[in-house]
Design a binder for this molecule. Structure first.
Ligand code: FAD
Length: 391
């Protein structure tokens, strides 16, 4: 496969190192993580020691001092190793999202306090935006943060929170001005250990991502110090969230692309081995056509996603372009894993075959990070805004 234009020799080397590390340290544990429903705490520490966490956070805050390229390489290798459904999603949220909220909007004191521990794997991050009655319609969240003395008093409930069971730091989207919509939303950092009134609900049972803990969180008069506002002032939460979402969406597209490439590789190998009607499964024209279609989808996604990656590295990734990458790559992944599962026959339906898990894991990429319908709304809004609003 041709090297992506944004990958240089240093990133190539990182790719090899990460692949070796994952094969040696994490792949042997993946089955157990899936059964227990979360990634071991010790694995987070090991990932920290080996530079897999906060790779794009400056060294001054304990990070790897890299850029989005480093983050992307790690995310892709994790997906290629079959670990996206646990460590991959967890690290995308903790290192790729939470650490960057703190880097972009935190005070110097907040950055020094939280980022080095996150980079070491001692502190796992989560983002709690979604509520039982507000997902896509974020401005309608009901969680409130009322200021009293030196604290915000937070009340409400969140759901579908990735890393919810294990998180030490939770970025909570709450209304500091409940009378307004998006302008009333602020982001507060909850330090979970010993926080009175903070309860973790069920680890939710999902059809895929079995090694990732996804949870409900409850806030009952939880006191969060005023100094934990990601500011500098209240009411900037909606803007802060949307500013950071372009990377989240591109990273989902990158992972979907890596998953498509993996599905094609796995299925080509399977079809070349599987004997039927006196030949190999790969010899049948239907198999060849289906795999050719899947490979084309992966290659087209790779090309678009690589272009978006270059824009991201140059600080010019527009929201609608990130939305295009996310909806298209996740949609294409759904088609690819479905065709590839079909080519495995009954074995494709057996959990012990990687394609079965990939099929189940893939489904959520059309939903989280903003549903694909939301992505299309973003693209349409940019079209209405005219040439200046386009990517
Ligand atoms: C495994 C998993 C992990 C997640 N991790 C996190 C996390 O870490 N933190 C967090 O805060 N959230 C997380 N989420 C939540 C996720 O972001 C939401 O599920 C998603 O935004 C959709 O919201 P919803 O589920 O409330 O669906 P709804 O908003 O109720 O949407 C229902 C349907 O309506 C469609 N729809 C919505 N708006 C429009 C529109 N304008 N036009 C047409 N159709 C529309 C949607 O596409 C969907 O098909 C996670 C979800 C899952 C499943």
């Amino acid at each position: 496969m041709e090297r992506s234009s944004w990958i240089d020799d240093e990133l190539d080397l990182l790719q090899e190192q990460v692949a070796r590390f994952l094969a040696r340290e994490f792949v042997p544990l993946a089955e157990r993580w899936s059964l227990q429903g979360f990634v071991d705490r010790s694995a987070w520490l090991k990932a920290g020691e080996n530079g897999l966490l906060c790779a794009s956070i400056p060294a001054a805050y304990g990070g790897g001092d890299g850029n989005w390229g480093h983050e992307a390489i790690i995310a892709q290798e994790v997906a290629r190793a079959g670990l996206n459904g646990g460590f991959g999603v967890g690290n995308m949220v903790s290192s790729g999202i939470v650490a960057h909220y703190i880097l972009a909007y935190g005070s110097e004191e907040q950055k020094q306090r939280w980022l080095p521990a996150m980079a070491r794997g001692e502190c796992i991050g989560a983002v709690a935006m979604t509520e039982p009655s507000a997902g896509s319609d974020l401005k309608s969240i009901k969680t409130t943060a009322r200021k009293t003395g030196q604290h915000y008093v937070v009340n409400g409930a969140k759901t579908f929170v990735s890393n919810g069971q294990q998180a030490d730091l939770v970025i909570v989207a709450a209304k500091t001005d409940p009378a307004t919509g998006r302008k009333g939303i602020s982001l507060l950092v909850l330090e979970a250990s010993g926080a009175g009134g903070f309860h973790r609900g069920r680890a939710l049972e999902k059809i895929g991502l079995h090694a990732q803990d996804t949870s409900e969180l409850f806030f009952d008069d939880v006191h969060i110090p005023k100094g934990n506002l990601l500011g500098p002032e209240e009411g900037r939460g909606f803007h802060q969230l949307t500013e950071q979402l372009a990377w989240e969406r591109l990273s989902i597209a990158l992972i979907c692309t890596a998953e498509m490439e993996r599905a094609v590789e796995i299925t080509t190998a399977y079809a070349s081995e599987r004997s039927l009607f006196g030949g190999k499964l790969f010899d049948l024209q239907n198999t060849q056509f289906k795999l050719a279609e899947c490979k084309t989808l992966a290659a087209v996604a790779r090309s678009f996603v690589d272009g978006a990656m270059v824009a991201q590295l140059n600080g010019r990734l527009a929201a609608d372009r990130a939305a295009m990458a996310k909806w298209w790559a996740s949609d294409a992944l759904g088609r690819v894993v479905d065709e590839c599962l079909q080519l495995h026959g009954g074995y494709g339906y057996m959990s012990e075959y990687p394609i079965a898990r990939m099929w189940a894991d893939a489904r959520v990429s059309r939903i989280y990070g903003g549903s694909n319908e939301t992505m299309k709304s973003i693209i349409a809004k940019a079209m209405q805004a005219g040439p200046s609003g386009r990517s």
